[in-house]
Structure formats: C-alpha cells, structure tokens
Write a protein that binds this ligand. Structure first.
Ligand code: EPU
Length: 423
C-alpha cells in the first residue's frame, strides 16, 4: 500500500474569487537573517508561514536570539545578544537562504560558520560572487567540509563589481557591508523587489543604503543598528503570479489582492500577449479573467524586471494547453526543466533543448500520478492538474510547503477540487 502523502486534484473546475497574497518568501528569508544585524527587538509582519522561514527562525534562537511569535504572520526577533557565530543546524542544508546568515554573522560578529546551503536543484549553483564580495570587504572566505566560513578582523567598505547578476550575492554583500567601515559600492547589482525590501528594512533600523532597486547600490557603513521598529514584508510577486496563471489555465476569474501590480508587469504583458485573459488592475490588486485558449508565445526568463525564472514552470503549464507553439528560454538557471517529464505524463507535448522548452499546445491535459522535484515545479504541476481532465495525484509535497503558505486551501477556496491526503 502506498502511504506517501499526496495531493489529489480533480481537474476541470474554473477557479473564481479573491485571494490574499502573503509576504514574499525570498524577502522574508533575507529579512529574518538581517535581523541578526540589529541590536534590539524588531517586529516583522506579513511574514509567510513557510518551512524556509521557520528553519531560519529556529536557527536565530540557536544563535542566542530571542524569537517571539506574536501571531501567525508576525514575529518579534531580538538579536541584542548573539552568542554564537556557528550555524550548524542540519535543516539549513535544505534551504538556499541559509547563506544570508554568512553576510549577517560576518557583519555582526566578524565571523560566520554556516552549513552549506541546499535548496532547489537547477544544476550548479555557484557562490563565487558572494566570495568575491566578502573578500573585497576584507574577509577570508572558505567553502569546505560542508560549511561556509568567513571571518575578518575588520570589514572595510569597498567597490564590488558582480560578474553575474545575483540576488543572493547582492543581498549577502549588502548585509555584510551595513556595519562595515566606510562606503561600499555594489555594481551590477540585482534589482528584485526583495532587494529593495531588505534595504528598506535595514534603513528603517538605522542603516545608510542608497540605490537599491537600481544596478548600483551604495552602502555607507554605520556603527550600529537599533531596533524597536515594525517592518512589513513586501508582497510575494511569485505567489501572486502563480494565482494569475491559475486563472488563465482554468479559464476562471481570480482577483489577486494585497500585491504591488507594478511588480507583475512582465507577467501581465505576457499573459495579455497570449490573448487568453482580460486583466484589470487597481492600486493593490489585479483581476485576471480567463476568456479563451492561450496562443503560443515566446518567453525568456531573466533578472528583474524581466520575466521571472520562478514563474517559468507555471507558464510552461499554461503554454502546454495553448493553441499553437510556444517557446520558453530559461535565462537564469542551467537545468530548470526537470519537471517537464511529469507534464509529458499528462499528455503535454514539450521538447527541451538545452535551456529552451519548445511547447506544442495540446487540446487538453489528462490527469496522471506525478511527482514534484522543486518548489515552483510543484506549483506548475498543480496548475496543470487543475486544468487537466480527470484526476491528478501529486507527490513530494514538502517542496510546496517550503514556499507557499496555505496554497492548497487557497485553491480550494477558489473552487478547486483538491485534497491533501496525509500518511
Ligand atoms: N550565480 C553565480 N555565482 C554566484 C551566484 C549566482 O554564477 O555567486 C549565478 C547562478 O548560478 C544563476 C544566477 O547567477 O545562474 C542567478 O542566481 P542568484 O544568485 O540570483 O539566485 P539565488 O540567490 O541562489 C534567488 C532565489 C531563487 C530565484 C533566483 C533568481 C532566494 C532564496 N532564492 O536564488 O528563488 O530563482 O534568486 O531570481 O531568494 C524560488 O523561490 O523558487 C527560487 C529558486
């Protein structure tokens, strides 16, 4: 008997209604780590209830921080007294954002020893740009024996030019430079909204960071960050985009609320290009109404403000039921099409050539037992299941829990026939 936890979806229902979007996963994980730089209590609200955040909060406690969960989406973190600079909780090896502890601990304590980060498997995930930034600040950096180690007698402001645009390296160097001596300039910085969020958070606590959201960020080091403030995490553009695509793929009508519509621009434009939706926008919401079968379109993922790689798998699900040919080229990761094999089980017609997926739309997908292999792949396969005829069973749900709070419940509230069946 198969006792593995699974999700059972009876496809074919049009999703209808409103959905509230949580705080951004990729901002939240960086903000929790950034709290290590603050000598005083900080309250973070709109925090998503996901495993990646929980793991980091546990580690903050292990390092000597005080964590008080004020409500389901609000936490107070007090890192006035940080006693350790070694983060060896093995759970950290499951997530990518553990590397932000390196920047924060290095900035705050002058040394960091952090278990090597894991996260989704998209092929090689080098950290050479993090190393380059830390070394430019005057730290010694090593990644051996399952740990990243960084230490410095003193961090000194410097000029860092990234050879590759990296969200993680931009945030990590920003964290380490906040308490460094003098001015650090990061050039060729990533521009994602979560980078702006981390800079806003640190500035609220007393940092001096300018230019976040552009490709040159200037950080003038300060002596100390004081707490006593409350910060609200930026809305999750990837969760929002997933629900926008859910409306298109099920030909439903979903109002996605508590978002920043400007962050959704690249997706809004692409969805319009498929001719499959009517989109209306307000100050903090977008309504997507699926009106007809999508046309095949060309998509190229790239750094913000380009089309996000974290919405690539969901977009592939939509294009797999398009009328005609679509092409998606992955511009960020070497190997982010592993889930396509699962869509083939559902009757999709997709050929992957290197970093490009060539999709010939089919009239309908057919429900099948399938397996998620990373977070956004899980979301994409669920969307395919919602659109398919018949029953789809999705296994490996732990990936979903890493990044989407209450995803299944939200879909059920929108009218999906979806049930999680436990062991
Ligand atoms: N890269 C390097 N050297 C480095 C760092 C990155 O060559 O030192 C390369 C990577 O191999 C990749 C590209 O630069 O080709 C971009 O990587 P980046 O560092 O921006 O990615 P990341 O920080 O590891 C974050 C998100 C990912 C998201 C990417 C790109 C977090 C915790 N993770 O990863 O999110 O795909 O940025 O936007 O913020 C997800 O949420 O599902 C997810 C995977």
């Amino acid at each position: 008997m198969n006792t593995e936890e699974k999700l059972v979806i009876n496809g074919g229902r049009r999703l209808k209604g409103e959905v509230n979007i949580h705080g951004s996963k990729n901002a939240a994980v960086a903000l929790v780590a950034a709290a290590l730089l603050v000598e005083g209590p900080v309250t973070i609200e709109n925090l998503p209830g996901i495993t990646d955040v929980e793991i980091l909060l546990n580690v903050i406690e292990e390092l000597g921080g005080e964590v008080v969960r004020l409500s389901h989406d609000m936490v107070r973190i007090d890192c006035s007294r940080i006693t350790k600079s070694k983060a060896d909780n093995y759970d950290l090896s499951r997530i990518r954002a553990s590397y932000y502890l390196v920047g924060s601990l290095l900035g705050r304590k002058g040394s960091a020893e952090v278990i090597f980060p894991g996260g989704c498997n998209f092929g090689p995930r080098p950290i050479d740009q993090h190393k380059k930034g830390f070394e430019a600040l005057g730290a010694q950096f090593e990644a051996t024996g399952g740990f990243i180690t960084a230490k410095a007698r003193k961090l000194t402001g410097c000029q860092v030019y990234f050879d590759k645009i990296s969200v993680g390296a931009t945030i990590n160097v920003l964290l380490a430079a906040t308490l460094a001596d003098g001015l650090t300039t990061i050039e060729n910085a990533a521009r994602e909204p979560h980078i702006v969020d981390v800079a806003n958070f640190l500035n609220m606590m007393g940092a001096d960071i300018k230019g976040a959201g552009t490709n040159v960020i200037r950080i003038r080091g300060v002596d100390k960050l004081a707490g006593g403030k409350t910060y609200s995490v930026v809305p999750d553009m990837i969760e929002a985009g997933t629900f926008m695509i859910a409306a298109a793929v099920t030909r439903g009508t979903i109002t996605v609320k508590n978002i920043i519509p400007e962050h959704m621009e690249s997706l809004t434009v692409k969805l319009n290009e498929t001719g499959s939706v009517d989109i209306e926008e307000g100050d903090d919401w977008i309504r997507v109404k699926g009106i007809r079968r999508p046309k095949g379109v060309l998509v190229q993922t790239m750094e913000y403000p380009g089309f996000p790689t974290d919405l690539q798998p969901q977009m592939v699900s939509l294009l797999s039921i398009a009328d005609g040919h679509g092409t998606i080229t992955e511009g960020v990761w070497d190997n982010r099409f592993q889930y396509v094999e699962q869509l083939l089980q559902m009757g999709a017609n997709i050929r992957v050539e290197g970093r490009t997926a060539l999709i010939t739309g089919v009239g309908k997908l057919i429900g099948a037992p399938i397996r998620a292999m990373d977070l956004r792949a899980a979301a994409s396969l669920i969307l395919a299941g919602l659109a398919a005829e018949g029953t789809t069973t999705v296994y490996n749900l732990e990936y979903l829990d890493r990044g989407y709070e209450g995803f299944i419940q939200k879909l059920a509230e929108l009218g999906a026939d979806i049930k999680r069946i436990g062991v």
